[in-house]
Design a protein around this ligand. Structure first.
Ligand SMILES: C[S@@+](CC[C@H](N)C(=O)[O-])C[C@H]1O[C@@H](n2cnc3c(N)ncnc32)[C@H](O)[C@@H]1O
Length: 238
């Protein structure tokens, strides 16, 4: 199965998607490839802008609350959650396949004290031992990962029993009229927003992966409704 990120790489870049044990060399992302500028320079900026509002930072703070120890963060992006982790977090293992987003995270990583280890792969294939993380975080990423079931199975595998998975995601709205628009807009959204879906149900996905849900808060945040039905979930590996 090729992920959305892998698909765009295959489409834009003949080198194909990243695989386990791949060495990432700069020629793979060379700037002459069509689409490079959008995918690696414009899109990470757009995402940072769309996901970096003050309102969203309040949601992020609540989502990171209570996490501790060595964590996995899937879809690390430009590191917008970094300022919110508490003092009990000792290490962040970051999974972010976009070199453009990783570059944008460098300053935030340097400006804070928690060590960040980039895993250089995709969430569908984590180079980590079973039960090697105390917890995991995903913010606005379950919408984008192409094989999200496989990615969540990997998150489940690497989180220790009793460990927590916190997630903040947008997804399918409860109102039929909004759902109609979400279905209409999803094809264009996927094209322009790096594979982002509007109609996924994050709670159902997390439960299907085997996690137990401790708490869920769901409501519309500020902004146009097809994009802003948010879920803040706290789940636990039994
Ligand atoms: C909408 S952005 C959110 C970024 C960040 N989590 C935030 O809250 O600002 C989704 C991120 O997921 C990343 N992503 C896409 N496919 C992925 C995959 N298969 N595994 C891990 N991350 C992926 C993208 O590169 C992008 O940075």
């Amino acid at each position: 199965m090729v992920s959305a990120y892998g698909w765009t790489q295959r489409w834009w870049a003949p080198a194909g998607p990243l695989r386990h044990n791949d060495v990432v060399d700069s020629s793979r992302f060379s700037a002459w490839r069509p689409g490079f500028a959008y995918r690696e320079q414009v899109l990470p900026r757009l995402v940072e802008c769309a996901c970096g509002s003050r309102d969203l930072h309040r949601w992020r703070r609540r989502t990171t609350d209570g996490l501790s120890g060595e964590l996995l963060e899937i879809g690390f992006g430009s590191g917008l959650n970094l300022g919110h982790y508490g003092p009990d977090v000792s290490l962040i293992r970051a999974v972010e396949p976009s070199p453009g987003a990783r570059r944008r995270s460098e300053r935030r990583i340097a400006d804070q004290s928690i060590p960040v280890e980039h895993l250089d792969l995709e969430a569908e294939s984590l180079p980590l031992e079973d039960a090697s993380c105390d917890g995991a975080l995903s913010t606005f990423t379950l919408c984008t990962i192409a094989d999200v079931e496989r990615a969540l199975a990997e998150v489940y595998r690497v989180v220790r029993p009793g460990g927590r998975f916190h997630f903040l995601e947008h997804g399918i709205a409860p109102d039929v009229r909004v759902q109609v628009w979400q279905r209409r807009l999803e094809p264009i959204q996927r094209r322009v927003a790096g594979g982002c879906h509007l109609t996924r149900d994050p709670v159902a996905l997390v439960e299907r992966a085997g996690f137990e849900i401790d708490s869920v808060e769901q409501r519309y945040a500020r902004g146009p409704r097809p994009w802003t039905y948010f879920t803040l979930g706290i789940a636990r590996r039994p």
